[in-house]
Design a protein around this ligand. Sequence first.
Ligand code: NAI
Length: 484
Amino acid sequence: MVIKNVCCIGAGYVGGPTCSVIAWKCPDLRVTVVDKSEMRINQWNSDKLPIYEPGLDEVVMECRGRNLFFSLDIDTAIRDADLIFISVNTPTKTYGVGKGRAADLKFVESCSRKIAQVATGPKIVVEKSTVPVRAAESIINILTANTRPGISFQVLSNPEFLSEGTAIEDLLNPDRVLIGGEESEGGAKAIEELSWIYQHWIPAKKILTTNTWSSELSKLASNAFLAQRVSSINAISAVCEATGADVSQVAEAVGHDSRVGPKFLQASVGFGGSCFQKDLLNLVYIAECLNLPEVANYWQQVINMNEYQRSRFAKRIVECLFNSVTDKPLAVFGFAFKKNTGDTRESPAMYVCSHLLEEGAHLNIYDPKVAPDQILQDLTSAAMTSEPERVKRLITICDDPYEAVKEAHAIVILTEWDEFKSYDYNKMLLQMKRPAFVFDGRRILNHSALIDLGYHVETIGKRFTRNALVRNAGSSYPAFSWTV
Ligand code: NAI
């Protein structure tokens, strides 16, 4: 088979950028991205794309209408395609068996049924969504149960390793591309076909091939290892605060060990995003189902540590603000789960804000890329509060950070956006209540400069010299602030 037409089902954070880059690097292919959401497809066909990713607009503008198409006509795209990526969401189940832990595969299943129903010729079906080990087996079963004369299917696993915020860079220069397939002649041929697409711009030595189950498990394992590093350094950050060690110095010393390496050792308010927690929960669930409780407990602890870090930070804010934030305006900088994305799924900001709202704080929230409606929707969702009307009254979404700090008792940094580093904090201080606090949950600001200006600074993973102001105010929390 010579691949000419590629279809991708799911125009989300993975399907959109991945297929845009494929279209850009493979002008000999026609790439059609389909979705059941009319709004999403309309946005992909508009000047304002549904997701923000550095470099994405340029790639889409160059290819759209040439060899890249966004469409709602799923049947035609499947029928015309030689190779179909399934890039639909696989969220944590919210009902039934495995609720709160297992991955919900209903969208993957419905894509498989759709492909089986409308295909009129042979197809390579590529599982790009992150799925539990052996999920491809269900896809194969659905497809083979519906095979008609002249139609054959090969199912591959090709998990995506891109990171939001650097998606285009990651897609252009991946550490590796992983392709898993059936250990048969047909499987090997299908792997070769998909590999040929990637080889338009990725050196062959970076394309790893495995059996299907290893490929599926490698994606879950990769995310588990990454999340574990974040939780490991965050666990150490709590020890630093209690002892006088500085987590950035510890991270540097540890990261210089070539067996450990320096990446992903940045202590923070915790990891977020649609993947780490979901994939860890999925791994825990699989281990439980396989009767491996020790394995399940081990990975569960990575999630527990992340929750601990978020709530530890939120409690510290309340305690430092004299044990009460009720009716106090606080400026919140950042709501996205990381910089350079507008995605808020599982953002630590959501959890910290929710804790502060529970305590009655008034939050003036500013994020450079997250839409106001999204912030409101997240904080008033049933998962976050049972009192959405009260929460609405306590939130102001600001489009200017200098507005957000007016009369505020504190600035709370929850996303590591670069622009936060270049604000005029002197000008901000003049607008704030005294004492004015900065709680840097991402360790991005120049703390000694802020202290020079007159702020009380609290951050993660560093113990401060005892601050008489806070102690004398009757706080039971041993709050610290830097002295100069
Ligand atoms: P997303 O939620 O942004 O996009 C999924 C899209 O699939 C939605 O637009 C939805 O309308 C569409 N969809 C669902 N069922 C459909 C159907 N039957 N027919 C047509 N369209 C359908 O999800 P995202 O973030 O792109 O993730 C997709 C998969 O990739 C997930 O399994 C995720 O775990 C994985 N992944 C995500 C990464 C990320 O950074 N977001 C990174 C690596 C993997």
